[in-house]
Write a protein that binds this ligand. Structure first.
Ligand SMILES: Nc1ncnc2c1ncn2[C@@H]1O[C@H](COP(=O)(O)OP(=O)(O)OP(=O)(O)O)[C@@H](O)[C@H]1O
Ligand SMILES: [Mg+2]
Length: 356
């Protein structure tokens, strides 16, 4: 913004971006530059589609969803909606279309945006949650209902083997429902800050061994363990930490490829606080840098019906309740490396120690 004089709209608390008939940005106020994390001088003249780098939870960009220059000629407004920055922050964006005459070509597009207020975000999160929950629960339930109804109506027409097959599907769907409900309950507790930890000394090395054994026993691929004998015991909730590790290993097996390795080592934080680091590595594609924040959002996921996108949200909630940290890095083996760090911490310094 070197030497640029104050221009119209700089006093506005909201971000304002204006693009001309050709789709090039002709105006951007200070708030917009800040909200979009861009340099004003650099974006004037650039295509609007490249300046507004916001997208929704499924990765569809604001520009592709709005298509401000196409669509109905009657349109003069762009609906107000929440969009995400690459770093995961939410902005509320709306806009207007100025046409040369009613139903004529678009002369100018104005876009205004503001950071989503915490209160509003919370309200919206709750209604989003209800909608998503209903949707997520419905698909396995449709399968259950379909097969039970068919079996009841036409029991005699199926062979034992066919009945078994249907019941196996019902069984798998019921498992999926049960898992989903557990995840949703955890999510609600994390959201409400009501996560209760039952803290006791935890040997993370032994815990990692147990988790690996139970995943392998349940049919998961073999896991390579690199457990450092010197890792100190920490204060934590063993069940919740098992859940964290199970989630990470299952992710590595499902979303990654090749060998999955779990390493545990004693490692102090930068300020010297003693702690333990756990690394879960795989040899898949890894997580692109621009998504490393976003994958922690509730319901953000890839891979269709297979997951619900709550796993990493819960992982972060549980790790933070232990005053720990979680980060996504690149594994030297080529895939993703998820690193969690947990302080040795005295129980009273934990976020919640009451048992509900
Ligand atoms: N090891 C990994 N390698 C590559 N991508 C990953 C890895 N772990 C997570 N991801 C990405 O992060 C997304 C979110 O993960 P998350 O665990 O929250 O949801 P999920 O595994 O899809 O569903 P679930 O709720 O069943 O865990 C995944 O859908 C995937 O795109
Ligand atoms: Mg997962």
């Amino acid at each position: 913004m070197s030497g640029q004089q104050t221009i119209a709209g700089d006093d506005l608390p909201d971000g304002l971006v204006v693009a001309d008939a050709a789709g090039a940005v002709v105006h951007l106020n200070q708030a917009a530059a800040r909200l979009l994390g861009t340099d004003r001088d650099a974006v004037i003249g650039q295509p609007l589609s490249e300046v507004i780098t916001l997208d929704d939870l499924s990765g569809c960009s604001w520009y592709d969803a709005m298509r401000p220059y196409d669509g109905l000629e009657t349109r003069t407004r762009l609906v107000e909606q929440a969009w995400y920055r690459p770093d995961g922050r939410e902005l509320l964006v709306t806009g207007g279309l100025v046409r040369e005459r009613p139903l004529g070509a678009v002369l100018r597009v104005t876009v205004s945006m503001r950071a989503v207020r915490a209160r509003w975000q919370l309200d919206r999160r709750h209604s989003d949650l209800v909608a998503t929950v209903a949707h997520e629960l419905r698909s396995p339930l449709t399968g259950v209902k379909g097969f039970t109804a068919t079996l009841l109506a036409k029991w005699d027409r199926f062979s034992d083997q066919q009945r078994r097959l249907m019941l196996e599907t019902v069984d798998a769907d019921a498992d999926r429902l049960a898992r989903l409900i557990t995840e949703l309950l955890d999510t609600a507790r994390i959201d409400a800050g009501r996560l209760a930890l039952r803290v006791a000394p935890v040997d993370v090395v032994a815990l990692s061994r147990r988790v690996a054994a139970s995943i392998t026993a349940a049919g998961g691929r073999d896991i390579r363990l690199e457990l450092s004998a010197g890792a100190p015991e920490i204060w934590g909730d063993a069940d919740k930490l098992s859940q964290v590790l199970t989630n990470l290993v299952e992710n590595a097996q499902r979303h990654g490829r090749g060998t999955v390795a779990v390493s545990v080592l004693g490692e102090p934080a930068a300020d010297g606080t003693p702690g333990v680091a756990v690394l879960v590595d795989d040899e898949g594609e890894g997580v692109p840098e621009e998504l490393r924040e976003r994958v922690f959002n509730r319901f953000w996921h890839t891979g269709g019906q297979d997951g619900s996108g709550l796993g990493l949200y819960i992982v972060r909630g549980l790790v933070e309740a232990h005053s720990g940290e979680v980060a996504i890095l690149s594994s030297p083996a080529g895939g993703a490396r998820i690193r969690i760090w947990l302080p040795v911490a005295e129980p009273e310094t934990l976020a919640a120690t009451s048992v509900s």
